[in-house]
Design a protein around this ligand. Structure first.
Ligand code: PXP
Length: 244
């Protein structure tokens, strides 16, 4: 069964809406752990629009499950990660004008810069994952630059409007999982996954973990984070591939 990483950035987004000290994403992480999260994910963006340096430091001190830091390949952020030592760094593209991470990192195009960041992070003992589109070329380039894992962008599946688009996106993810495993990589998935659309991807053999943020934080407004996480964990169990 795939593990669940819970992205808590949105809790910090609400705090920043008033530039105050509540809700605290550190509390959210603790609640998510109590709900059964296998990992806590946060994105320290260059513009610090939600998670800030204090949050990153306290998350490292307090999170007991896998701590996954999403980050751009910018030198300043790589320096912070090397000192912070999250269990895992997920390298993502970052554009200032975007609402959230859109699409995957282009490892083929930025090969040398990415390879340099990967080496620095791995030398610091951090597992490094690439957030990429499920495209064979990107997956093979990720293995080539030294990533140990890839998180396949599930956005095409999540945004599919017709049954044809849905099937094509699921096929692409299946091929991505195979290509990842052939290249010796652990394969994770994330972006746009919700309580409504998780079943088909949860049922797909080969995903080691899903990273989910928006849908869980949205549901937690009504039921609390602990319960929202528990409900998503239950869906992952219910729909897990038979063999796992
Ligand atoms: N994985 C990565 C690499 C992301 O950047 C994000 C969004 O921050 C997620 C997963 C979670 O996406 P969502 O908030 O749509 O669940």
């Amino acid at each position: 069964m795939a593990l669940l990483g819970v992205n808590i950035d949105h809790v910090a987004t609400v705090r920043q809406a008033r530039q105050t000290d509540e809700p605290d994403p550190i509390w959210a992480a603790a609640e998510a752990e109590l709900g059964g999260a296998d990992g806590i994910t946060f994105h320290l963006r260059e513009d610090r629009r939600h998670i800030n340096d204090r949050d990153a430091r306290l998350l490292r001190e307090t999170v007991g499950v896998k701590l996954n830091m999403e980050m751009a390949i910018a030198d300043e952020i790589v320096d912070i990660a090397v000192n912070l030592k999250p269990d895992q760094s997920t390298l993502v593209p970052e554009r200032r004008e975007e609402l959230t991470t859109e699409g995957g990192l282009d490892v083929v195009r930025h090969h040398d810069r990415v390879a340099k960041a990967v080496k620095r992070l791995r030398d610091a003992g951090i597992t490094v994952s690439a957030f990429i589109e499920p495209v064979t070329e990107q997956i093979e380039a990720s293995a080539d630059v030294g990533f140990e894992a890839v998180e396949l962008w599930t956005g095409a599946y999540a945004h599919a409007k017709t049954p044809g688009e849905l099937d094509a996106a699921l096929d692409e993810l299946r091929r991505g999982i195979d290509a990842g495993h052939r290249a010796g990589l652990e394969v994770l998935g994330g972006h746009g996954l919700t309580y409504r659309n998780i079943a088909p991807v949860a049922a797909m053999p080969g995903f080691a973990e899903f990273n989910i943020g928006h849908s869980i934080v949205a549901r937690s407004v009504f039921v609390g984070i602990r319960k929202a996480v528990r409900e998503m964990k239950r869906l992952l169990t219910l729909h897990a591939p038979r063999s796992s």
